[in-house]
Design a protein around this ligand. Structure first.
Ligand SMILES: NC(=O)c1ccc[n+]([C@@H]2O[C@H](COP(=O)([O-])OP(=O)(O)OC[C@H]3O[C@@H](n4cnc5c(N)ncnc54)[C@H](O)[C@@H]3O)[C@@H](O)[C@H]2O)c1
Ligand SMILES: O=C(O)[C@H](O)COP(=O)(O)O
Length: 387
Protein backbone atom coordinates (compact mmCIF):
# COMPACT_ATOMS: atom_id res chain seq x y z
CA UNK A 1 0.00 0.00 0.00
CA UNK A 2 1.37 3.43 -0.99
CA UNK A 3 0.24 6.68 0.59
CA UNK A 4 -0.14 10.07 -1.09
CA UNK A 5 -1.23 13.56 -0.14
CA UNK A 6 -2.48 16.43 -2.33
CA UNK A 7 -1.32 19.89 -1.27
CA UNK A 8 -3.68 21.48 -3.84
CA UNK A 9 -6.84 20.13 -5.40
CA UNK A 10 -5.80 17.70 -8.17
CA UNK A 11 -8.29 16.70 -10.90
CA UNK A 12 -10.21 13.53 -10.12
CA UNK A 13 -9.55 12.06 -13.58
CA UNK A 14 -5.89 11.85 -12.53
CA UNK A 15 -6.42 10.68 -8.96
CA UNK A 16 -8.78 7.93 -10.16
CA UNK A 17 -5.74 6.27 -11.78
CA UNK A 18 -4.48 5.34 -8.32
CA UNK A 19 -5.54 1.75 -7.72
CA UNK A 20 -6.76 0.31 -4.41
CA UNK A 21 -3.07 -0.12 -3.56
CA UNK A 22 -2.95 3.63 -2.91
CA UNK A 23 -4.44 5.55 -0.01
CA UNK A 24 -4.91 9.29 0.25
CA UNK A 25 -3.84 10.49 3.68
CA UNK A 26 -4.45 13.83 5.36
CA UNK A 27 -0.98 14.16 6.90
CA UNK A 28 1.59 15.29 4.30
CA UNK A 29 4.41 14.44 6.70
CA UNK A 30 3.47 10.74 6.54
CA UNK A 31 2.99 10.49 2.76
CA UNK A 32 5.25 8.65 0.32
CA UNK A 33 4.09 10.80 -2.59
CA UNK A 34 2.95 14.41 -2.72
CA UNK A 35 0.97 16.03 -5.53
CA UNK A 36 0.98 19.80 -5.73
CA UNK A 37 0.17 22.76 -7.98
CA UNK A 38 1.37 26.18 -6.82
CA UNK A 39 1.47 25.66 -3.03
CA UNK A 40 4.93 26.64 -1.79
CA UNK A 41 7.12 23.95 -0.27
CA UNK A 42 9.96 26.31 0.59
CA UNK A 43 10.77 26.20 4.28
CA UNK A 44 8.57 23.12 4.84
CA UNK A 45 9.71 19.94 6.59
CA UNK A 46 9.71 16.79 4.46
CA UNK A 47 8.54 13.55 6.03
CA UNK A 48 11.02 10.69 6.30
CA UNK A 49 8.88 8.45 4.07
CA UNK A 50 8.57 10.95 1.23
CA UNK A 51 9.77 9.51 -2.11
CA UNK A 52 8.37 11.88 -4.73
CA UNK A 53 6.73 15.22 -5.34
CA UNK A 54 4.75 15.65 -8.55
CA UNK A 55 4.05 19.23 -9.62
CA UNK A 56 0.86 19.09 -11.70
CA UNK A 57 2.04 21.93 -13.89
CA UNK A 58 5.18 23.42 -15.40
CA UNK A 59 6.81 25.91 -13.01
CA UNK A 60 8.74 24.35 -10.12
CA UNK A 61 9.92 27.53 -8.41
CA UNK A 62 7.59 26.66 -5.50
CA UNK A 63 9.72 23.59 -4.67
CA UNK A 64 13.26 23.53 -3.20
CA UNK A 65 14.71 21.25 -5.87
CA UNK A 66 18.25 20.93 -4.50
CA UNK A 67 17.07 20.24 -0.98
CA UNK A 68 14.76 17.53 -2.33
CA UNK A 69 17.55 16.00 -4.42
CA UNK A 70 19.88 15.94 -1.43
CA UNK A 71 17.19 14.12 0.56
CA UNK A 72 16.55 11.59 -2.22
CA UNK A 73 13.13 13.02 -3.09
CA UNK A 74 12.42 12.94 -6.83
CA UNK A 75 10.52 15.99 -8.12
CA UNK A 76 8.46 15.69 -11.31
CA UNK A 77 6.59 18.23 -13.38
CA UNK A 78 4.22 17.77 -16.32
CA UNK A 79 5.85 19.42 -19.34
CA UNK A 80 3.42 20.80 -21.89
CA UNK A 81 0.32 19.49 -20.12
CA UNK A 82 -1.14 22.97 -19.58
CA UNK A 83 0.54 24.77 -22.49
CA UNK A 84 -2.58 25.10 -24.62
CA UNK A 85 -4.54 26.63 -21.75
CA UNK A 86 -1.85 29.27 -21.29
CA UNK A 87 -1.53 29.89 -25.03
CA UNK A 88 -5.24 30.64 -25.32
CA UNK A 89 -5.13 33.09 -22.41
CA UNK A 90 -2.08 34.84 -23.87
CA UNK A 91 -3.96 35.35 -27.15
CA UNK A 92 -6.92 36.66 -25.11
CA UNK A 93 -4.47 38.95 -23.28
CA UNK A 94 -3.20 40.40 -26.55
CA UNK A 95 -6.77 41.04 -27.67
CA UNK A 96 -7.72 42.63 -24.34
CA UNK A 97 -4.72 44.93 -24.68
CA UNK A 98 -5.64 45.85 -28.25
CA UNK A 99 -9.39 46.46 -28.02
CA UNK A 100 -10.87 48.12 -24.94
CA UNK A 101 -13.17 45.19 -24.29
CA UNK A 102 -12.88 45.58 -20.53
CA UNK A 103 -13.69 49.34 -20.65
CA UNK A 104 -16.62 48.70 -23.00
CA UNK A 105 -18.10 45.90 -20.92
CA UNK A 106 -17.73 48.03 -17.77
CA UNK A 107 -19.55 50.90 -19.53
CA UNK A 108 -22.47 48.63 -20.45
CA UNK A 109 -22.60 47.34 -16.89
CA UNK A 110 -22.71 50.89 -15.52
CA UNK A 111 -25.53 51.83 -17.91
CA UNK A 112 -27.64 48.69 -17.79
CA UNK A 113 -30.66 50.53 -16.33
CA UNK A 114 -30.58 53.20 -19.07
CA UNK A 115 -33.75 52.79 -21.18
CA UNK A 116 -31.89 54.30 -24.13
CA UNK A 117 -28.75 52.18 -23.68
CA UNK A 118 -28.59 51.15 -27.33
CA UNK A 119 -28.47 54.73 -28.56
CA UNK A 120 -26.15 55.81 -25.75
CA UNK A 121 -23.77 52.96 -26.64
CA UNK A 122 -23.47 54.20 -30.21
CA UNK A 123 -22.33 57.59 -28.89
CA UNK A 124 -20.06 56.17 -26.19
CA UNK A 125 -18.27 53.51 -28.23
CA UNK A 126 -15.69 55.83 -29.76
CA UNK A 127 -14.01 55.92 -26.35
CA UNK A 128 -13.35 52.18 -26.55
CA UNK A 129 -11.93 51.91 -30.07
CA UNK A 130 -8.72 49.92 -30.42
CA UNK A 131 -6.30 48.44 -32.89
CA UNK A 132 -5.99 45.06 -34.57
CA UNK A 133 -3.19 42.59 -33.97
CA UNK A 134 -2.93 41.45 -37.61
CA UNK A 135 0.25 42.80 -39.15
CA UNK A 136 1.78 43.76 -35.78
CA UNK A 137 5.05 42.35 -34.52
CA UNK A 138 5.07 39.91 -31.62
CA UNK A 139 8.26 38.94 -29.80
CA UNK A 140 8.20 35.61 -27.93
CA UNK A 141 10.93 35.11 -25.34
CA UNK A 142 11.33 31.40 -24.53
CA UNK A 143 10.30 28.87 -27.16
CA UNK A 144 9.33 25.91 -25.00
CA UNK A 145 5.95 24.21 -24.72
CA UNK A 146 4.01 27.47 -24.35
CA UNK A 147 6.21 29.85 -26.37
CA UNK A 148 6.01 27.67 -29.48
CA UNK A 149 2.20 27.45 -29.29
CA UNK A 150 1.88 31.22 -28.78
CA UNK A 151 4.28 31.98 -31.63
CA UNK A 152 2.56 29.59 -34.06
CA UNK A 153 -0.96 30.75 -33.13
CA UNK A 154 0.07 34.39 -33.59
CA UNK A 155 1.30 33.69 -37.13
CA UNK A 156 -2.15 32.25 -37.92
CA UNK A 157 -3.65 35.54 -36.68
CA UNK A 158 -1.51 37.40 -39.20
CA UNK A 159 1.17 38.64 -36.79
CA UNK A 160 4.80 38.94 -37.72
CA UNK A 161 6.52 36.85 -35.02
CA UNK A 162 10.06 37.05 -33.63
CA UNK A 163 11.30 34.24 -31.36
CA UNK A 164 14.23 34.29 -28.94
CA UNK A 165 15.53 31.23 -27.08
CA UNK A 166 19.26 30.48 -26.98
CA UNK A 167 18.56 27.08 -25.38
CA UNK A 168 15.70 25.96 -27.63
CA UNK A 169 15.27 22.17 -27.69
CA UNK A 170 15.37 20.22 -30.94
CA UNK A 171 11.78 19.16 -30.34
CA UNK A 172 10.60 22.77 -29.98
CA UNK A 173 12.59 23.84 -33.01
CA UNK A 174 10.79 21.17 -35.07
CA UNK A 175 7.39 22.38 -33.90
CA UNK A 176 8.06 26.06 -34.59
CA UNK A 177 6.48 27.56 -37.70
CA UNK A 178 9.06 28.36 -40.37
CA UNK A 179 7.69 31.86 -40.76
CA UNK A 180 8.96 32.90 -37.33
CA UNK A 181 11.99 35.20 -37.37
CA UNK A 182 14.93 33.99 -35.33
CA UNK A 183 15.93 36.84 -33.00
CA UNK A 184 19.53 36.27 -31.95
CA UNK A 185 19.51 38.95 -29.27
CA UNK A 186 16.91 40.29 -26.91
CA UNK A 187 17.82 43.83 -27.96
CA UNK A 188 16.72 43.07 -31.52
CA UNK A 189 13.40 41.67 -30.28
CA UNK A 190 12.81 44.62 -27.91
CA UNK A 191 13.51 47.18 -30.65
CA UNK A 192 11.28 45.53 -33.29
CA UNK A 193 8.18 44.31 -31.50
CA UNK A 194 4.80 45.87 -30.68
CA UNK A 195 3.89 43.01 -28.33
CA UNK A 196 6.38 41.08 -26.19
CA UNK A 197 5.40 37.85 -24.41
CA UNK A 198 7.70 36.13 -21.91
CA UNK A 199 7.65 32.31 -21.60
CA UNK A 200 10.75 31.36 -19.63
CA UNK A 201 11.01 29.71 -16.20
CA UNK A 202 11.88 31.80 -13.13
CA UNK A 203 15.60 31.14 -12.74
CA UNK A 204 18.47 33.16 -11.32
CA UNK A 205 19.30 34.10 -14.91
CA UNK A 206 15.77 35.24 -15.83
CA UNK A 207 14.45 36.87 -12.65
CA UNK A 208 14.13 40.62 -13.22
CA UNK A 209 14.98 40.33 -16.92
CA UNK A 210 12.28 42.83 -17.87
CA UNK A 211 13.58 45.87 -16.01
CA UNK A 212 13.98 49.55 -16.83
CA UNK A 213 16.97 48.82 -19.07
CA UNK A 214 15.04 46.26 -21.11
CA UNK A 215 11.98 48.53 -21.24
CA UNK A 216 14.13 51.45 -22.42
CA UNK A 217 14.99 49.42 -25.54
CA UNK A 218 11.32 48.72 -26.35
CA UNK A 219 9.08 50.74 -28.65
CA UNK A 220 6.78 53.40 -27.18
CA UNK A 221 3.29 51.95 -26.62
CA UNK A 222 4.60 48.40 -26.44
CA UNK A 223 2.37 45.74 -24.86
CA UNK A 224 4.23 43.41 -22.47
CA UNK A 225 2.64 40.07 -21.56
CA UNK A 226 3.84 38.02 -18.61
CA UNK A 227 2.13 34.67 -18.11
CA UNK A 228 5.28 33.04 -16.72
CA UNK A 229 6.13 34.36 -13.25
CA UNK A 230 5.80 37.72 -11.47
CA UNK A 231 9.51 37.83 -10.62
CA UNK A 232 10.58 37.97 -14.29
CA UNK A 233 9.39 41.57 -14.44
CA UNK A 234 10.65 44.28 -12.12
CA UNK A 235 7.33 45.51 -10.71
CA UNK A 236 8.47 49.06 -9.85
CA UNK A 237 10.09 49.57 -13.24
CA UNK A 238 6.92 48.34 -14.96
CA UNK A 239 4.69 50.68 -12.93
CA UNK A 240 6.99 53.60 -13.81
CA UNK A 241 6.86 52.65 -17.50
CA UNK A 242 3.05 52.42 -17.45
CA UNK A 243 2.72 55.77 -15.66
CA UNK A 244 5.18 57.40 -18.08
CA UNK A 245 3.21 56.00 -21.04
CA UNK A 246 6.17 54.05 -22.42
CA UNK A 247 4.38 50.71 -21.96
CA UNK A 248 0.76 50.90 -23.17
CA UNK A 249 -0.37 47.73 -21.43
CA UNK A 250 1.18 45.23 -19.05
CA UNK A 251 -0.86 42.03 -19.18
CA UNK A 252 0.06 39.63 -16.43
CA UNK A 253 -1.26 36.46 -14.84
CA UNK A 254 0.38 37.38 -11.52
CA UNK A 255 -1.15 39.98 -9.22
CA UNK A 256 1.40 41.84 -7.11
CA UNK A 257 0.49 44.58 -4.63
CA UNK A 258 -0.14 47.98 -6.16
CA UNK A 259 -0.25 47.10 -9.84
CA UNK A 260 -3.87 46.33 -10.72
CA UNK A 261 -4.96 49.98 -10.32
CA UNK A 262 -2.23 51.41 -12.54
CA UNK A 263 -3.58 52.65 -15.88
CA UNK A 264 -2.68 50.14 -18.58
CA UNK A 265 -2.24 47.16 -16.26
CA UNK A 266 -4.44 44.16 -17.05
CA UNK A 267 -4.03 41.72 -14.19
CA UNK A 268 -5.46 38.20 -14.14
CA UNK A 269 -5.46 35.99 -10.99
CA UNK A 270 -3.16 33.21 -12.29
CA UNK A 271 -5.72 31.57 -14.57
CA UNK A 272 -3.37 30.38 -17.34
CA UNK A 273 -3.66 26.70 -16.48
CA UNK A 274 -7.10 26.86 -14.89
CA UNK A 275 -9.05 25.07 -17.59
CA UNK A 276 -10.70 21.67 -17.30
CA UNK A 277 -8.44 20.34 -20.03
CA UNK A 278 -5.17 21.59 -18.55
CA UNK A 279 -6.08 20.50 -15.04
CA UNK A 280 -7.00 17.04 -16.32
CA UNK A 281 -3.86 16.71 -18.45
CA UNK A 282 -1.59 17.78 -15.60
CA UNK A 283 -3.27 15.49 -13.07
CA UNK A 284 -3.12 12.46 -15.38
CA UNK A 285 0.55 12.99 -16.16
CA UNK A 286 1.52 13.71 -12.54
CA UNK A 287 -0.24 10.58 -11.27
CA UNK A 288 1.11 8.37 -14.05
CA UNK A 289 4.68 9.45 -13.34
CA UNK A 290 4.18 8.99 -9.61
CA UNK A 291 2.84 5.45 -10.05
CA UNK A 292 5.65 4.45 -12.41
CA UNK A 293 8.22 5.73 -9.93
CA UNK A 294 6.67 4.14 -6.86
CA UNK A 295 5.97 0.77 -8.49
CA UNK A 296 8.78 0.38 -11.03
CA UNK A 297 11.38 2.91 -9.94
CA UNK A 298 11.21 4.56 -13.38
CA UNK A 299 11.77 8.30 -13.55
CA UNK A 300 10.11 10.38 -16.26
CA UNK A 301 10.01 14.19 -16.40
CA UNK A 302 11.97 14.77 -13.22
CA UNK A 303 13.49 18.20 -12.70
CA UNK A 304 16.08 17.19 -10.09
CA UNK A 305 17.04 13.61 -11.05
CA UNK A 306 17.74 12.07 -14.46
CA UNK A 307 15.08 10.28 -16.44
CA UNK A 308 15.59 6.51 -16.32
CA UNK A 309 13.29 3.77 -17.62
CA UNK A 310 13.81 0.00 -17.26
CA UNK A 311 10.19 -0.84 -18.02
CA UNK A 312 7.86 -2.75 -15.72
CA UNK A 313 9.56 -4.50 -12.86
CA UNK A 314 8.51 -8.06 -13.72
CA UNK A 315 9.90 -11.06 -11.82
CA UNK A 316 13.17 -9.56 -10.67
CA UNK A 317 13.96 -7.75 -7.47
CA UNK A 318 14.75 -4.16 -8.46
CA UNK A 319 17.20 -2.01 -6.52
CA UNK A 320 16.86 1.77 -6.94
CA UNK A 321 19.66 4.03 -5.73
CA UNK A 322 19.55 7.84 -5.74
CA UNK A 323 23.02 9.24 -5.29
CA UNK A 324 25.49 11.96 -6.13
CA UNK A 325 27.02 12.02 -9.58
CA UNK A 326 30.61 11.13 -8.67
CA UNK A 327 33.10 8.55 -9.98
CA UNK A 328 33.02 4.86 -9.05
CA UNK A 329 29.52 4.68 -7.55
CA UNK A 330 28.57 1.85 -9.92
CA UNK A 331 31.81 0.05 -9.12
CA UNK A 332 31.04 0.19 -5.43
CA UNK A 333 27.46 -1.03 -5.87
CA UNK A 334 28.41 -3.92 -8.14
CA UNK A 335 31.25 -4.97 -5.82
CA UNK A 336 28.88 -5.25 -2.87
CA UNK A 337 26.46 -7.35 -4.93
CA UNK A 338 29.32 -9.46 -6.33
CA UNK A 339 30.71 -10.09 -2.84
CA UNK A 340 27.30 -11.57 -1.93
CA UNK A 341 27.04 -13.64 -5.14
CA UNK A 342 24.06 -11.62 -6.36
CA UNK A 343 23.79 -11.64 -10.14
CA UNK A 344 22.74 -8.45 -11.94
CA UNK A 345 20.25 -9.17 -14.74
CA UNK A 346 19.88 -5.60 -15.98
CA UNK A 347 21.26 -2.21 -15.02
CA UNK A 348 20.78 1.47 -15.88
CA UNK A 349 22.77 4.40 -14.59
CA UNK A 350 21.89 7.98 -15.52
CA UNK A 351 23.03 11.37 -14.33
CA UNK A 352 21.74 14.91 -14.34
CA UNK A 353 23.90 17.70 -12.97
CA UNK A 354 25.18 16.77 -9.54
CA UNK A 355 22.85 13.78 -9.06
CA UNK A 356 22.55 10.31 -10.54
CA UNK A 357 20.27 7.30 -10.43
CA UNK A 358 21.07 3.61 -10.63
CA UNK A 359 18.46 0.92 -11.25
CA UNK A 360 19.48 -2.74 -11.04
CA UNK A 361 17.39 -5.85 -11.60
CA UNK A 362 18.91 -8.77 -9.70
CA UNK A 363 18.27 -12.50 -9.94
CA UNK A 364 17.85 -13.19 -6.22
CA UNK A 365 16.44 -11.36 -3.23
CA UNK A 366 18.84 -9.29 -1.18
CA UNK A 367 19.22 -9.29 2.59
CA UNK A 368 18.96 -6.37 4.99
CA UNK A 369 22.73 -6.63 5.40
CA UNK A 370 23.29 -6.00 1.67
CA UNK A 371 20.76 -3.18 1.67
CA UNK A 372 22.58 -1.57 4.61
CA UNK A 373 25.92 -1.89 2.84
CA UNK A 374 24.52 -0.23 -0.30
CA UNK A 375 22.86 2.49 1.78
CA UNK A 376 26.09 3.28 3.57
CA UNK A 377 28.08 3.85 0.38
CA UNK A 378 29.16 7.47 0.62
CA UNK A 379 26.92 9.92 -1.29
CA UNK A 380 23.94 7.55 -1.54
CA UNK A 381 20.82 9.61 -0.84
CA UNK A 382 18.21 6.89 -0.82
CA UNK A 383 17.83 3.19 -1.57
CA UNK A 384 14.63 1.35 -2.38
CA UNK A 385 14.18 -2.34 -3.02
CA UNK A 386 11.14 -3.18 -5.13
CA UNK A 387 9.97 -6.75 -4.74
N1 LIG B 1 0.32 31.23 -16.07
C1 LIG B 1 0.28 29.93 -15.90
O1 LIG B 1 -0.70 29.38 -15.42
C2 LIG B 1 1.44 29.09 -16.34
C3 LIG B 1 1.23 27.77 -16.78
C4 LIG B 1 2.32 27.02 -17.20
C5 LIG B 1 3.59 27.56 -17.12
N2 LIG B 1 3.76 28.81 -16.65
C6 LIG B 1 5.10 29.40 -16.57
O2 LIG B 1 5.62 29.44 -17.89
C7 LIG B 1 6.95 28.95 -17.89
C8 LIG B 1 7.23 28.31 -19.22
O3 LIG B 1 6.42 27.17 -19.37
P1 LIG B 1 6.68 26.11 -20.54
O4 LIG B 1 5.73 25.00 -20.31
O5 LIG B 1 6.72 26.77 -21.85
O6 LIG B 1 8.16 25.63 -20.14
P2 LIG B 1 9.27 24.98 -21.06
O7 LIG B 1 10.30 24.45 -20.14
O8 LIG B 1 8.67 24.07 -22.05
O9 LIG B 1 9.89 26.21 -21.87
C9 LIG B 1 10.74 27.18 -21.30
C10 LIG B 1 11.65 27.69 -22.41
O10 LIG B 1 12.40 28.80 -21.89
C11 LIG B 1 13.67 28.75 -22.48
N3 LIG B 1 14.59 29.60 -21.73
C12 LIG B 1 15.18 29.35 -20.53
N4 LIG B 1 15.94 30.41 -20.18
C13 LIG B 1 15.83 31.32 -21.18
C14 LIG B 1 16.39 32.61 -21.41
N5 LIG B 1 17.19 33.19 -20.52
N6 LIG B 1 16.06 33.26 -22.53
C15 LIG B 1 15.22 32.70 -23.45
N7 LIG B 1 14.68 31.48 -23.30
C16 LIG B 1 14.98 30.81 -22.18
C17 LIG B 1 14.03 27.27 -22.46
O11 LIG B 1 15.05 26.99 -23.40
C18 LIG B 1 12.70 26.64 -22.86
O12 LIG B 1 12.62 26.46 -24.26
C19 LIG B 1 6.99 27.97 -16.71
O13 LIG B 1 8.29 27.82 -16.20
C20 LIG B 1 6.07 28.60 -15.72
O14 LIG B 1 6.78 29.47 -14.87
C21 LIG B 1 2.73 29.58 -16.25
O1 LIG C 1 3.62 26.68 -13.80
C1 LIG C 1 2.45 26.34 -14.02
O2 LIG C 1 2.14 25.22 -14.47
C2 LIG C 1 1.37 27.35 -13.82
O3 LIG C 1 1.81 28.48 -13.19
C3 LIG C 1 0.09 26.80 -13.32
O4 LIG C 1 -0.01 26.87 -11.93
P1 LIG C 1 -1.32 26.26 -11.23
O5 LIG C 1 -1.25 24.79 -11.41
O6 LIG C 1 -1.21 26.66 -9.79
O7 LIG C 1 -2.50 26.87 -11.91
Amino acid sequence: MFTYHCLNPIAEVGLSRFSSDYAHIDEPEKAEAILVRSASLHGKEFGEHLLSIARAGAGVNNIPLDECASKGIVVFNTPGANANGVKELVIAGMLLASRDIIGGVDWVHDHEEDGNIAGAAEKAKAAFAGREIEGKKLGVIGLGAIGVLVANAATHLGMDVYGYDPYVSVDSAWRLSRSIHHATTLDELYKECDYISVHVPALESTIGMIDKNAISLMKKDVVVLNFSRDTLVNGEDMVDALVAGKVKHYVTDFPIPGIAGVKGAIVIPHLGASTEESEDNCAKMAVKQTIDYLENGNIKNSVNYPDCDMGRRGEHVRIALLHENIPNMLGRFTKILGDHCINIADLANKSKGGYAYTLMDVDSDISEEVIDQLRSVECVKKIRVLR
